[in-house]
Design a protein around this ligand. Sequence first.
Ligand code: T6T
Length: 348
Amino acid sequence: MRTRQRSWLVLALITAIALVLSACAAPPAPSAAPAPAEPQAAPSEGGDQGITMALVIGVQGDAFYITMAKGAQDKAEELGVNLIVDGPPEWDAVKQTAIVDAMIARGVDVMAIAANDKQAMIEPLQRANDAGIKIISVDTFIGDGDYVNGPVTFPLSYIGSDNVEGGKIACEALIEAIGGQGKLYIQNTVPGVSTTDQREQGCKEEIDAVDGVELVGVDYNDDNSSKAAEQTTAVLQREPDLGGIFGTNLFSARGAAQAVSNAGLTGVVKIANFDAPESAIEDLRNNVVDLVIAQLPYQMGQVAVEYAVKAMEGDMDAIQPRFRTGYVIITRDNVDTEEAQKAIYKSE
Ligand code: T6T
């Protein structure tokens, strides 16, 4: 009896020592990482850094986001971050909200997101933020994008192009290409998307600043190049003396280029093409488009992951509330330079 009591005592002692040791060995929780509010949230499944980050892209199958995800993945591997990339099959705030909710349930530490709508995505992202997830905007913003003085201030940063400026660059070049006077048309995606709204705004500001240039209309194609081609075909018939078209993103410009080419108006109707997939470069070489405005999505993805790590380390001074990535303007004159070639988006 005595022997059995002693062995229980020894066992209890060993268990207590093991518990104390395992508590000492557990990695310290990052100081700036509030615990997810949802008790059912899965524990972090991070890489070397112990950080799990979600990159929620705007839409699947878009070379711009494929390139962004590549930049993020390369940086995540370098920094030892566990990266999950997901996005809706179509540009749709409801479908993107379901992905945000899945990331909340999964208990990710940081979420970088290209919000599908600057208003509709505020509430789901506020929920994610309330659950302790650090939010970073990449490419598009929510609210008015001013995360210091604007109506929405919980995202840590907005990493992306200056899109008003991008619209101005596009339409200034178009106006020059049509000889300083004539009719322009804008092919756009979906109203409410911060990037393409601002590109339209920048273009309109350029048009308004020049006498003799008229905007004949703006159409919205739901981020669908077939719809963009149909709408452009209708405008070409309605406006036989149209001078130029601004395609505000990859699908808008692609559809516009197809319609111009199908109508046999290559070189007659000028096109400024926002975004730089391989097809846009081909259109540039074939004189179908005159200007390709490449954003820097690879850099956007890289900076998003760097900021995620800084945020988890509590190094908030290293995070700028607005990080402007630049552009590479590609024309037939510089298309073969190293800079232009490097700026072409990856499609896989
Ligand atoms: O132009 C990019 C992106 O900046 C925009 O927010 C949505 O469209 C693209 O992804 C290109 O298709």
